[in-house]
Write a protein that binds this ligand. Structure first.
Ligand code: ADP
Length: 311
């Protein structure tokens, strides 16, 4: 492969090996008929439990898309963890590189889902340590074609990205930038693909993804930049500075927007791994994420997807 080609370029699609670094959570979802007022009491219409966490959601979709996925994170030795493990197994996600901790609690996200409009409001509880570089360093990276990182635990993630970026490895890597975190910008130059949230862009003072991507370009001169913007769709900028935009693809009825961004990220990674054009990849990711908004959760997402399915 010549130096000017993207490092992830492949001519024919084959199953790719993808490693994800981030967290897995237990999500408790209370569906309510309208978002409650503060200091009020309401009954949930329904309660569900799911495995959540951005990176593991993205891997669960990539696995449905035919890829071979591994997750490395931290698992607490406590009963709720079994639920997380069972779901990972269901999605054929390998978790052999996880660190097991005694005495911690599985990360939990308490989600209030408004059935009138599909909006989700989330309270997180976290008390586990983050997956760190010494644990990452024990992973045999040779089989992997791509590594996807959640933009958290900045110092440790920087070391992991640097290892992947080293000349002797040059492993393609994407970074999700969902939240404003001190120092997160220092990671930008280390990733091939940056996946920004609307929340992050809005916190920088922008009201649309395209303007934001022009602004952020100088901090990551060589990366593919992507910014999702909810019902407005998403924007992307390729390494040459060309910008593309896609509208959103709303389902007939919005049922559940939880994890739409994680599904969108899977769509982007999948399209790039298949060496599709960025413009096509962007609209396919918006279509897939829009389809997700019409179903609860992400199980069976691809089974119920009318297409276009790219494989
Ligand atoms: P997050 O789930 O992280 O908050 P977004 O809300 O930006 O992320 O959504 C990610 C992508 O999902 C958007 O770019 C869009 O394509 C799609 N999406 C989100 N909400 C809707 C919706 N209500 N209707 C259709 N598509 C949506």
């Amino acid at each position: 492969m010549s130096h000017s080609e993207p490092v992830w370029a492949v001519t024919l699609f084959s199953q790719m090996n993808i490693l994800g670094i981030g967290i897995a959570t237990l999500d408790i979802i209370n569906t309510v008929d309208g978002y409650p007022a503060e200091d009020s009491e309401v009954r949930a219409v329904r309660q569900q439990q799911r495995r959540g966490g951005n990176v593991t959601n993205t891997l669960a979709v990539l696995s449905q898309q035919g890829h071979c996925c591994s997750w490395a994170g931290v698992l607490a030795n406590e009963p709720d963890t079994q639920y997380i493990i069972d779901d990972l197994k269901c999605h054929n996600i390998d978790y052999r590189y996880c660190r097991h901790i005694t005495g911690g609690k599985a990360p939990a996200s308490y989600i209030t889902l408004n059935q009138r409009n599909g909006s989700r409001t989330i309270v997180h509880y976290r008390n586990l340590p983050e997956f760190d570089f010494p644990n990452f360093n024990m992973i045999d990276l040779a089989p992997y074609d791509w590594v996807h990182f959640e933009g958290r635990n900045i110092e440790e993630t920087r070391k992991m990205l640097e290892k992947c970026a080293a000349k002797n490895l040059s492993l393609p890597r994407s970074l999700e930038v969902e939240k404003v975190r001190p120092g997160i910008e220092t990671l930008f130059r280390l990733a091939n693909v940056l996946l920004f949230s609307k929340d992050y862009a809005a916190r920088q003072g922008f009201d649309n993804g395209t303007d934001f991507l022009h602004f952020i370009r100088k901090q990551a001169p060589h990366a593919i930049l992507v910014c999702a913007w909810g019902t407005q769709g998403a924007s992307a900028m390729d390494a040459n500075g060309s910008v593309f935009a896609s509208r959103a693809y709303p389902p007939a009825k919005v049922i559940d927007t939880t994890g739409a961004g994680d599904v969108f990220n899977a769509g982007i990674i999948d399209g790039l791994l298949r060496n599709q054009e960025l413009e096509q990849t962007l609209s396919a990711a918006c279509r897939l994420a829009g389809h997700k908004c019409g179903i609860p959760g992400i199980n069976g997402l691809l089974r119920s997807y009318p297409g276009p399915v790219a494989f």
